[in-house]
Write a new protein. Structure first.
Ligand code: NAD
Length: 491
């Protein structure tokens, strides 16, 4: 991605440097105009109702499936990931789109609730009303699955969406909005704006009713500050420093496989990827030997058989290099690769061991195909160290006997037991973190509710003899109520 002139920028193939496409740098006026158009389109989309929206979203799903090869090929060119991984990303996105379309009405539609003792003469219900216009700002690492985790749920809930993809993956953003417009040509329900941070900042100020952000913690803080001006609610999905812990009774082969896949797939550019591994001492030597063998076998490049593609964002290479340098300077050892593994635009797999817990590679998100393995005396120490991070996104546990107990003790929004990242494949499961990983949830019922406001309604069915909320209430009304309350709760 390079700036060619003030008003446009180019998206580049990270492996070759070839131009993928040129896009406008949208100004605040452009962004305001898009939000205005979305505001006009939102009532039409909302009025389609759950049924009408479900039909459109299912038709879009069919189109995504039919053109999955085309989308994956574009992802390979613009983001750099291997085509097979890109296809896997499309599959994930389609599964989530499908779930959101199928479940929006069940989750958000009107539901009756018990009126309780004080309002027994009323019926009570609640329903979820779409916000109106949702702004979505996305990252480049999963340029289809990640933003669609907000976009498809927001659309299913009845909102119009204005989407600003990462400046590293605008062509994919355009592919998504163009394909949606083929299915929904009547109104600009899902629009694209392109540009850098300033364009994103303008979206925060453009009067959207909610802003869903996925990206780095540093930008998440800026987004929240910008949205504070107008009390615009925000959903903040940021980075992670996820741990995988290996107990003494773990299936070693599965834990090794998960470490290598969780740490190195997508060139390690996965928010909930494995960055830290804590393995109990008794298993550590064998575990490390096997990780070394498998990590060494990975092929790096842009060719069809590559397992690890180029780094999408050139500046991330410097972050990865600095983490390896710091880890080695502090006494860590590289058992796979070395500083020489950093060969822009590629980083070949690096496995580090015995890295001090206060090294950058243990405290900060590395976002490259590197993983640190540290030994622990027992699984309790593994849990303590896993939890001692300012991030809290996902985690993985490998244990036969105590998996659920260990999972419950981990400070993480999602935990997979005896696998890695599986939670991302279950659309019914909410996804998100706490601490420096952000707040709020995409996916699942919570992910639908993020994009709608509850509206509660009571309807009086008959008049009660006791009417405490009236100046015409009798002198003893409240005392009589209190007697009832004492009977019920006072003993
Ligand atoms: P980034 O923060 O650099 O950029 C994200 C988006 O924010 C881009 O579209 C960018 O243009 C925009 N932006 C930048 N400055 C802005 C500003 N001041 N106001 C508004 N918008 C602004 O992040 P990135 O490098 O694109 O993405 C990688 C990060 O995303 C990693 O930290 C990764 O862990 C995280 N991530 C998190 C999740 C999750 O679900 N938690 C998923 C994928 C990626």
């Amino acid at each position: 991605m390079t700036t060619t002139q003030a008003r446009t920028f180019e998206s580049l193939n990270p492996a070759t440097g070839d131009v993928v496409a040129t896009f406008p740098v949208h100004t605040a006026e452009d962004v305001n105009a898009a939000v205005e158009q979305a505001r006009a389109a939102a009532p039409w989309w909302r009025e389609l109702g759950y049924d009408g929206r479900r039909k459109r979203l299912r038709a879009w799903r069919t189109l995504l499936v039919q053109r999955s090869d085309e989308l994956a090929e574009l992802m390979h060119r613009e983001n750099g990931k291997p085509v097979e991984d890109a296809l896997g990303e499309v599959v994930l996105a389609v599964e989530h789109l499908s779930w959101a379309a199928a479940n929006a009405e069940k989750v958000l539609g009107r539901r009756r609730v018990a009126p309780g003792m004080l309002a027994m003469n009323h019926s009570a219900s609640t329903t979820y009303v779409p916000y109106g216009v949702v702004g979505v700002i996305g990252p480049w690492n999963y340029p289809v699955h990640t933003p669609l985790g907000s976009i498809t749920y927001a659309l299913a809930a009845g909102n119009a969406v204005v989407f600003k993809p990462s400046e590293y993956t605008p062509a994919l953003g355009k592919w998504l909005t163009d394909s949606f417009a083929e299915i929904v040509p009547e109104q600009p329900v899902f629009q694209l704006i392109t540009g850098f941070g300033d364009t994103g900042a303008a979206l925060c100020q453009a009067g959207v009713d909610k802003l869903a952000f996925t990206g780095s913690t540093a930008t998440g803080k800026k987004i929240m500050a910008a949205c504070a001006d107008t009390l615009t609610p925000v959903l903040i999905e940021c980075g992670g420093k996820d741990a995988l812990i290996v107990a003494g009774d773990a299936d070693l082969d599965a834990a090794v496989d998960a470490t290598v896949w969780g740490g190195m797939s997508n060139a390690g550019q996965t928010c909930a990827g494995v960055e830290r591994v804590y393995v109990v001492d008794a298993l550590a030597d064998e575990f490390i030997d096997q990780v070394v063998d498998r990590a060494r076998a990975l092929r790096t490049g842009a060719h069809a058989a590559a397992d690890v593609g180029p780094m999408t964002m050139p500046s991330q290479v410097d972050v990865v290099r600095s983490h390896i340098t710091d880890a080695l300077a502090r006494g860590g050892r590289a058992v796979v690769g070395s500083l020489d593994s950093v060969r822009p635009p590629y980083v070949e797999p690096v496995v580090l061991v015995d890295v001090p817990e206060d090294a950058l590679a243990m405290t900060d998100e590395t976002f490259g195909p590197t993983v640190v393995i540290n030994r622990v005396r027992d699984i309790d120490q593994a849990v303590d160290l896993a939890n001692a991070s300012r991030y809290a996104l996902g985690a993985a546990v490998f244990a036969k006997a105590r998996g659920p107990e260990l999972a419950a003790r981990l400070r993480a929004g999602m935990v997979s037991i005896n696998s890695v990242l599986s939670f991302a494949a279950v659309p019914a499961l909410p996804f998100g973190g706490s601490g420096d990983s952000g707040f709020g949830r995409i996916h699942g019922e919570d992910g639908l509710r993020e994009f709608a406001r509850p509206q509660s309604v009571t309807r009086q069915r008959f008049r009660q003899p006791l009417r405490p909320m009236s100046f015409r209430r009798g002198g003893h009304t409240v005392r009589r109520l209190l007697r009832l309350v004492r009977l019920r709760y006072g003993r």
